[in-house]
Design a protein around this ligand. Structure first.
Ligand code: ADP
Ligand code: MG
Length: 383
């Protein structure tokens, strides 16, 4: 009975972002889309932290489907297709906003295949603003309630990483060069937009999103290979009792990642094309950095891509990291959904192992080819 009590106690212990070495992992299922109408649903939210994925196969010549197998996945929280933007924000990100006000850095990224709901979750619409907008709104309201104890200054920058090129999304122009200075890695000439209220932010970000690079083959679609990064810098200056100036800076990075489908290609042919020009270096480098961080490695390979260089001061150390995995409920996206859930599950697993032993799980990839090998290895492991 004592052991049972222990299990219950463990289950009850509220997980917190403030824990060391923790990547909080969330899953969000989007509603079924028009073009998926009539397809089978293969995802079921079992309870607030559990999701069940069903695999179907053709049963007969009429392509009727039968259930072959299924699997449970557990995360910090699972959001169903009826979860509101506010629910997703409050559960996943509001704690980070609080810690940014304390002068800490934090990162939230959305991960998943193209069409899975990443941009909806991060940016949202005017009627249902997403995490980026709700975070800024919350930030301003928190600042307002504390305005008696000093002055906060909020700056926003919004950029994209596309094919290892960094571009300003607020004032688009020539590619930006990354430079290392005293504060860390900065994109030279990147617009730092001084924000005074929430009202202007949605329009600014929507315009920014229209500035994202579009792939020639997907004329009307925002590129599935572009990462959009919103950085919110909060500066706080006040004189303490001894008249010393207290200066605090916190930075929140909110990232709408490129579609994961090509980085997680399952068949050998697609994988081979990854070794060529098609590899999304930033996406793979991000997962290697996260692997290295949660495994407690000394060397974190930030230098491997533009995205990870930009996030050097916002991943690891005392920073908090949140991953939101976006999935479609439809059986038509089964493969992508399975990959996304496996990847998200792994992010969670490594964390556990990191806390009880300093095991070496996988080598830290140093080159692109090593990264491709890593993908292969992870896929083998996941099978
Ligand atoms: P991604 O950015 O991952 O490619 P999108 O965010 O553009 O995907 O989502 C694809 C479509 O699904 C969009 O039309 C979007 O408005 C819709 N959508 C995604 N998630 C939701 C949701 N939770 N509720 C309502 N509509 C959603
Ligand atoms: Mg998108």
């Amino acid at each position: 009975p004592k052991q049972e009590d222990n299990v219950v106690a463990k289950k009850k212990k509220k997980l917190s972002l403030v824990d060391e070495n923790r990547i909080m992992v969330f899953v969000r299922v989007r509603p079924i889309a028009k073009k998926e109408a009539g397809s089978r649903c293969c995802v079921r939210i079992v309870n607030h932290c559990e999701v069940y994925l069903t695999e179907f196969a053709a049963q007969d010549d009429y392509l009727r489907l039968k259930r072959v197998r299924g699997r449970h996945f557990t995360f910090d929280a699972c959001f169903s297709d009826s979860a509101t933007q506010q629910e997703v924000y409050s559960t996943s990100t509001s704690e980070l906003v609080e810690s940014v006000l304390q002068g800490k850095n934090g990162t939230v990224f959305c991960y998943g295949a193209t069409g899975a709901g990443k941009t909806y979750t991060m940016l949202g619409t005017v009627e249902s603003p997403g995490v980026m907008v709700l975070a800024i709104k919350d930030l301003f309201s928190k600042i307002r309630t504390r305005s008696c104890d000093g002055n906060h200054v909020v700056h926003l920058s919004y950029l994209e990483v596309y094919n290892e090129t960094v571009r300003d999304l607020i004032s688009p122009g020539r590619p930006l060069v990354l430079r290392e200075d005293k504060q860390g890695i900065v994109a030279a000439g990147l617009t730092q937009y001084r924000a005074y209220s929430t009202d202007e932010v949605m329009a600014l970000l929507q315009q920014g999103n229209r500035n994202r690079t579009t792939e020639p083959t997907r004329a009307n679609e925002t590129s599935s290979r572009s990462h959009a990064v919103l950085q919110v810098m909060v500066e706080y200056r006040v004189r303490d009792a001894a008249m010393n100036i207290v200066h605090r800076v916190g930075k929140l990075s909110l990232i709408d990642l490129a579609g994961s489908e090509r980085a997680l290609a399952t068949d050998q042919r697609t994988l081979r094309s990854l070794e060529g020009a098609n590899i999304n270096r930033s996406l793979l480098a991000l997962s290697s950095c996260i692997n290295a961080l949660v495994e407690g490695k000394k060397h974190i390979p930030y230098r491997n891509s533009k995205l990870t260089q930009l996030l050097k001061d916002s991943l690891g150390g005392t920073c908090n990291t949140v991953m939101i995995a976006n999935i479609s409920p439809s059986n038509l996206s089964f493969g992508e959904t399975q990959n996304t859930l496996h990847w998200a599950d792994r992010a969670k697993e490594i964390r556990k192992k990191a806390s009880d032993a300093n095991e070496d799980l996988l080598p830290v990839p140093e080159t692109e080819i090593d990264q491709v090998k890593l993908v292969l290895e992870l896929q083998k492991e996941n099978r």
